[in-house]
Design a protein around this ligand. Structure first.
Ligand code: SF4
Ligand code: SF4
Length: 79
C-alpha cells in the first residue's frame, strides 16, 4: 500500500525559507534549486503537522488530510 500521509509543498507559495526543512528530523526533505522538496514520503510520521504548522506561507498540505476532506458521494459507503 502506498504511503498516504506526507507533506506536499505548493511551490508557488514557497519562499524557500527552509523552516520546514530545519524542523523535520525524518529526512523527508532535500534541497533542490534552493527550495525544499519531498523525497522521502515513507519517513513522514502519520498525522504529524510539524512542518506545515510552522510554514509562514501556509504552503504545506498533507496528502492524507486531503483525502479525508473529500467525502465520496457515490452512496456506496466506500469510505
Ligand atoms: S516552511 Fe513553507 S515557505 Fe518555508 S521553505 Fe518550507 S514550504 Fe517553503
Ligand atoms: S509532517 Fe512531521 S515528519 Fe512529516 S515532513 Fe513534516 S515535520 Fe517531518
Amino acid at each position: 500500500m502506498s504511503k498516504l500521509w506526507y507533506p506536499m509543498i505548493n511551490q508557488d507559495k514557497c519562499t524557500g525559507c527552509m523552516t520546514c526543512y530545519n524542523k523535520c528530523k525524518k529526512d523527508v526533505f532535500t534541497i533542490k534549486n534552493k527550495k525544499p522538496e519531498v523525497i522521502n514520503r515513507e519517513g513522514c510520521v502519520e498525522g504529524c503537522h510539524g512542518c506545515g504548522n510552522l510554514c509562514p506561507e501556509h504552503a504545506i498540505v498533507y496528502s492524507g488530510e486531503f483525502k479525508r476532506l473529500i467525502k465520496c458521494s457515490c452512496n456506496d459507503n466506500c469510505n
